[in-house]
Design a protein around this ligand. Structure first.
Ligand SMILES: [Cu+2]
Length: 564
């Protein structure tokens, strides 16, 4: 159990490490009114509200782990020649997913409204959204064949999105051809093979990843395709973070464990529903899209029965554009153990967590403070009135948005899990390896979103780091009112400076999304190893991303031609 005096306290952390959009000055209402650009006059305030629903009525959907298939049943068999280092990391687990259109019960009160049948229209993996969780282990390479069985565009019932897909395993250290490059899309009737080597970056166990997710990354249609349902979670274990709270290995952390029981992944998607209970989406608002109901694992404000003991929740902001500050209604303590899915060195005690699109926090909540029969709600207190970003204000009282409810049931057995004092060492940052510095400026030009004042062009290579080198990248938000969660594929970073200051608290971690408020900048350290190929850097407000806020960069062989 963490000694309380050893755990960083929330107050100090909030001041030192919270990006300005979350703890800094709020944007004055008068300034917000001036933010309407000629092409951006629509706002969520003009969208119709979802039909009324009863909160805390649906049980949480706990996503099962993917089920293995016999590789002999794969026809045609996997082609080793189309994967980097396949023979070195031969898959030991094989999976098949089929993407289809169908009906999903987001909430009974919405499902009964649909003249098509019980449920809301959704795009799903193997009949569910979120899809099954990829539960994987270091040292056990994975092969996933994904079939696009969505209807052709003219037959699709969902009126937004494009039934062409490419799947990205967010934060995985994956070869380019399996990473879900936005141009590697397949249409209805086609499939794509993904190979995940399940190797530590640079073979360093300190580089282990814990909480990842996979989602569609279709060029220009990521927001709509993910909104339709194409996202799910992934959990990576190893000998230290083993998922077993009774693990006899003395090195094991024994965090609250057993996937799906005391180790629960929850992904947030804010959704707006139409009068028939189907997801509604305004494709004309390029600032972003806000839902008025928060779904957790695609159930509208559900409940979960929990025992009076410790749980690990892997909490994901699935986008497209909403930022959250999440806390328990009684403002009681939670321990952050991961930032963006990567174990911190030490747990951080907080009473709320802040998440931008694609950010993740793993938290341990100890429900032993409650008695059987009690309940406690998880609420969102971040005010956001349009897709550009949060206002900086907190919601009060009844304006706080319901997220989910925990209901305390009797204990089923002893709680042998721990909140360790120390978890995993951060990989060493050696600035002597740095061979280049680059700046990426996120802005709004010519009516769309830009990086370094350019629109996404998949044929243009904006940076070409050499394999085996390190670089310092600076992400800068040039805007005065909007927020950009900056994400780079292939490799996570360590923050060197955030707005000129060294990181503390949960920012002192390995991260894959730098959530930048107006005027913010982050200076970070990257290394490029193990695989070659093309990768994107983009804003993870999926609507900004789809409206040109993305650039391509390639890892090239050391000694190869550099074209920048
Ligand atoms: Cu953005």
């Amino acid at each position: 159990m963490a000694k309380r005096r050893d755990v960083l306290k929330a107050g100090a952390v909030a001041v030192a490490s919270t990006p300005a959009i979350f703890g800094g000055a709020a944007i004055p209402r008068a300034a917000q009114a001036q933010l309407c650009r000629p092409e951006g006059i629509r706002s969520p305030l003009t969208e119709p509200d979802s039909p009324p629903v009863r909160h805390y009525h649906e049980p949480l959907y706990i996503t099962p782990a993917m089920s293995e298939v016999d590789p002999a049943t794969l026809s045609p068999p996997p082609d080793p020649n189309r994967h980097q280092r396949y023979d070195e990391f031969q898959p030991v687990k094989h999976y098949v997913q089929r993407m289809t259109e169908g009906l999903w019960n987001y909430h009974e009160d919405l499902s009964v409204l649909n003249p098509l049948g019980f449920g809301s229209l959704a795009w799903m993996f193997n009949g569910a959204t979120p899809g099954e969780t990829l539960v994987a282990r270091y040292g056990e390479p994975v092969f996933i064949r994904r079939y696009n069985d969505l209807p052709m565009t003219e037959d699709a019932l969902i009126p937004f999105g494009l039934p062409y897909t490419t799947l990205h395993l967010h934060n995985a250290h994956t070869a380019s051809e399996s990473d879900g490059w936005p141009g590697d899309f397949v249409g209805p009737g086609e499939y794509w093979d993904h190979h995940h080597a399940m190797m530590y970056a640079r073979n360093d166990p300190n580089e282990a990843l814990a909480s990842l997710w996979y989602h569609d990354h279709m060029l220009d249609f990521t927001a709509t395709n993910v909104y339709a349902g194409l996202s799910a979670m992934a959990t990576f274990y190893d000998d230290i973070d083993s998922g077993d709270e009774n693990d006899p290995n003395p090195d094991a952390l024994r965090l609250p464990g057993t996937y799906g029981k005391y180790d629960v992944s929850i992904i947030l998607h804010d959704v707006r529903f139409d009068q028939f209970g189907n997801p509604a989406y305004n494709v004309f608002d390029t600032d972003g899209h806000l839902g008025d109901l928060i779904t957790v694992n695609r159930k509208v404000s559900p409940y979960l029965e929990v025992e009076p003991r410790k749980y690990r929740f892997r909490i994901y902001d699935g986008g497209p554009s909403r930022f959250y500050e999440l806390g328990l209604a009684d403002e009681s303590e939670m321990f952050v153990i991961c930032n963006d899915g990567n174990l911190l060195e030490e747990p951080v005690s907080v009473t709320s967590i802040v998440l931008g699109p694609a950010n993740r926090h793993d938290v341990i909540i100890d429900f032993s403070r409650y008695s059987v029969g009690q309940s406690v709600n998880l609420l969102n207190i971040m005010e956001q009135v349009n897709g550009q970003g949060p206002t900086g204000r907190r919601l009060e009282g009844p304006d706080r948005m319901p997220v989910m409810q925990f209901r305390i049931k009797p204990l089923e057995g002893p709680d042998n899990s721990r909140i360790p004092d120390f978890m995993r060492k951060l990989p060493h940052v050696n600035l002597n390896e740095v061979v280049a510095e680059r700046e990426w400026v996120f802005d709004h030009d010519m009516g769309l979103w830009t990086i370094n004042h350019e629109f996404m062009d998949p044929t243009k290579v904006s940076a070409a780091p050499r394999q085996g080198t390190a670089e310092i990248w600076t992400f800068r938000n040039a805007g005065t009112s909007w927020a950009h969660p900056v994400h780079v594929h292939f490799e996570e970073f360590q923050v060197l400076e955030w707005n000129g200051r060294p990181p503390t608290g949960v920012l002192r971690s390995r991260k894959d999304v730098a959530t930048l408020g107006p005027g913010d900048s982050a200076r970070v350290f990257y290394r490029f190893d193990d695989f070659l190929g093309r990768y994107p850097i983009h804003c993870h407000n999926n609507v900004h991303e789809d409206n040109a806020m993305m650039a391509r960069w390639d890892i090239i062989p050391n000694g190869g031609d550099d074209d920048d």
